[in-house]
Design a protein around this ligand. Structure first.
Ligand code: CAA
Length: 686
């Protein structure tokens, strides 16, 4: 029987099976909530029903509240009204879980008396990642089943757990390997026949008594390092504390107040915006969804250095064999040894088993012959940034690679079209710009050349996801999206330093904004000698002078800072170098406040982002935000540079750019036409 568009009920052998069908992820929108409520109200008073099973159709149980409904008043029945009805059901109520039970979806299951799951299912309360907390009773019911420690870990990290673990923790009652629905049906039938009164999760409290109060202190200490700047983790902790220290109803009321407060805040808005931005990035306008992808089952990587090694690891991690080609036996051995050590250290930390580490190492083979890549489906060149070298490699690849192979360059700034011109198959050439360390960083800029074919783009976008990267399609220009924008922040950071602002102050301001580190620490980490040429050294350029002194950054033990281990220490030598460069450039010393430092570093990024949009190098403002959050550590709770600009208001951004142009007399600050037009037309980036 159909209850609403998305909910139906079937009764068989005294079991009522309520099924939610709201593709793609059975999000609990208004229609679903009201359907489930009506279905329950019907079957709870039906004498022919002894137990009720709650099931979802399609690939998953339920992924939680419908995030698209956030931001507007929620239509009744709201989640808590549905849960009140569930709490009033005195017949055994069983959740049947496959795929993922997340957020409001798991909360729905927690309002059932029992949970039966298939062994591949995942269960979690990921709300913290959306800047909120499980505000439909999740923080009060979960600890009653799994205990406060596990509940705390789950809500603060937002990471789902597998069904096997869930059974161990008491989150589910029965685990099955196959035939979920029939097993759950039998389970429901048995419970219906039993005379035992089913116990609601809210009425259980035995596990709450086991609490060691140190867990709250320890978790706060942990999040101060791992989730610096994020508000939601602390609010999640407070809710679990309430579960332990207060009655169920008091806890529920605290949870409700705290979730409302978070929902009204900027962080939740930014994190929810980002959820959709990330998913949007993989959708390419104009690309036929049915386009045939090229198969990728073996990959060649040219260059076994830091970048080539990291790229190879990302690929081997998902079971794809990789051949690394190097120019000398020594370089090859060094590269393979670094990879082996990396895997060993991951295994030592307990993140993978020793067997898995060995398997992954075996998947990565070395060679000194480019010709050995003749059978690879994808070949990624990751040698140093020199156009002539890259063109030579691509022209050789053209005669070696099999027809249909994709030829990719990991260039971070060079002209991909020129690289492609070295081949007779520019349609098969693409840029795959990984970020260092490539086995860890999630971002992949997929660079579309003027001739790159649609099937190559589609294949690379989905390959990126296969190797757990977040792909963003960008066009060809120096530095593509990420590095091109970053350059403008660096120009101002340098200028501020030359005006006499201590580099520590500049780094601190950007760190406090939420970046993992400021521009000078980042320079030291990346290496100051990247692109440095001793013969062309400019005596008034800070970087050139530091490199001239052998200060190459962390790798040489000093750069903008001296280092004690990894801790940056002020260097008087560097202060003198900067003062001399400032003098040579005729720059007047000038004090800047923290807010001026922030504006001068961030506004040029926004302006350049707007230019990039105007030129079509990025197709959406949100794509730029994805690049920045995943590639450069822009704090997710601020959404990315373009979302941040929207929060400031584009007219304000323009006013401030003009203000700096006026006080510096520098055309650098001129707002680009795209930004001016957009501010006039619609006021925000979309
Ligand atoms: N609300 C609305 N739309 C959602 C959604 C949700 N909760 N979860 C996923 N979607 C949408 C995605 O936007 C995407 O839409 P498009 O195809 O239009 O881009 C589609 O469903 C498929 O999602 P994915 O591309 O992410 O598919 P996947 O298979 O890789 O992952 C998933 C599936 C694991 C469920 C993942 O989508 C996910 O993690 N979703 C969010 C889960 C979540 O955060 N739930 C908590 C919501 S807040 C809440 O529930 C509050 C409360 O306490 C009541």
């Amino acid at each position: 029987m159909k209850i609403t568009d998305t909910v139906s009920v079937q009764i068989k052998d005294r079991v009522a099976l309520i099924t939610i069908e709201n593709p793609p992820v059975n999000a609990l929108n208004h229609n679903v909530r009201s359907g489930v409520k009506k279905a329950l109200e019907l079957v709870m008073i039906d004498d022919l029903v002894s137990s009720i099973a709650l099931n979802c159709s399609g690939k998953t149980f339920c992924a939680g509240a419908d995030i698209k409904e956030f931001g507007a008043p929620m239509q009744e029945p709201v989640h808590s009204q549905l849960h009140d009805v569930m709490d009033g059901v005195d017949k055994p109520l069983i959740a049947v879980i496959h795929g993922t039970a997340l957020g409001g979806g798991l909360e729905l299951a927690l309002c059932c008396h029992y949970r039966v799951a298939i062994s591949t299912a995942k269960l979690g309360l990921p709300e913290v990642q959306l800047g909120i907390l499980p505000g439909a009773g999740g923080t009060q019911r979960l600890p009653r089943l799994v205990g406060p420690k596990i509940a705390l870990d789950m809500v603060v990290s937002g990471t789902p757990i597998g069904a096997v673990e869930a059974l161990d923790y008491g989150l589910i009652d029965k685990l099955v390997d196959s035939d979920l629905l029939s097993s759950a049906f039998l389970f429901a039938k048995e419970k219906g026949l039993s005379r035992d009164k089913p116990i609601r999760v809210r009425d259980r409290s035995d596990k709450l008594k086991l609490v060691d109060h140190g867990i709250f202190r320890d978790t706060r200490e942990l999040i101060s390092r791992r989730a610096r700047g994020f508000i939601a983790p602390e609010y999640n902790i407070r809710c679990i504390e309430a579960a332990v220290n207060k009655s169920f109803d008091e806890g529920l009321s605290i949870e409700s107040d705290l979730v409302m407060e978070l929902m009204r805040g900027d962080q939740a808005r930014a994190q929810q915006y980002f959820f959709f931005a990330e998913r949007q990035a993989s959708k390419i306008e104009g690309l036929d969804k049915e386009i045939k992808h090229r198969p990728i089952s073996s990959v060649g990587v040219i260059g076994g250095g830091l970048m080539g090694g990291g790229i190879s690891m990302s690929i081997a991690n998902v079971g794809i064999p990789v051949t690394i080609v190097e120019t000398s036996q020594k370089a090859l051995e060094k590269g393979l040894e670094t990879i082996r050590k990396n895997y060993e250290s991951t295994a030592k930390k307990g993140r993978i088993t020793v067997d898995i580490a060995n398997e992954r190492c075996k998947l990565i083979q070395g060679s000194l012959k480019l010709g050995d890549l003749n059978d690879c489906d994808l070949i990624i060149e990751a040698v140093f940034e020199e156009m002539s070298v890259k063109k030579d490699i691509f022209s050789r690849l053209d005669s070696i690679a099999k027809p249909g192979a994709i030829l990719a360059s990991n260039t971070s700034a060079l002209d991909l079209n020129e690289i492609a011109s070295a081949t007779k198959r520019p349609e098969s050439v693409i840029g795959l710009h990984f970020f260092s360390p490539a086995n860890i960083m999630k971002l992949l800029e997929v660079v579309r050349g003027k001739n790159t074919s649609d099937d190559v783009i589609a294949t690379c976008m989905s390959f990126a996801k296969r190797i757990s990267k977040v792909p963003v399609l960008v066009g060809v220009c120096p530095g593509f999206v990420g590095n091109r924008i970053l350059h403008y922040r660096q120009v101002q950071a340098n200028q501020l330093a030359l005006e006499g602002v201590p580099i520590q102050q500049i780094d601190r301001v950007l760190y406090q904004f939420g970046f993992p580190m400021g521009p000078f620490q980042m320079g030291d980490l990346a290496g100051l000698d990247l692109g440095w040429n001793a013969e062309k050294s400019n005596p008034s350029d800070i970087r050139d002078c530091l490199c001239g002194l052998g200060r190459f950054g962390q790798k040489s033990g000093n750069g903008f800072y001296d280092y004690e281990g990894r801790k940056p220490i002020h260097s008087e030598i560097v202060s003198e170098v900067i003062r001399d460069c400032g003098r040579l450039q005729g720059i007047e010393p000038r004090n800047s406040s923290d807010s001026e430092i922030l504006e001068r570093c961030l506004l040029p990024m926004i302006n350049e982002g707007a230019k990039i949009l105007g030129e079509g190098i990025a197709s959406r403002a949100s794509d730029i935000d994805v690049v920045y959050v995943y590639g450069y550590g822009w704090p997710r709770y601020r959404g990315g540079p373009m979302h941040y600009a929207n929060c400031l208001g584009l007219k304000n951004v323009i006013e401030k750019l003009l203000h700096y142009r006026e006080i510096t007399g520098d055309e650098f600050w001129t707002p680009c036409q795209f930004l001016v037009d957009l501010a006039e037309r619609q006021g925000i980036f979309t």
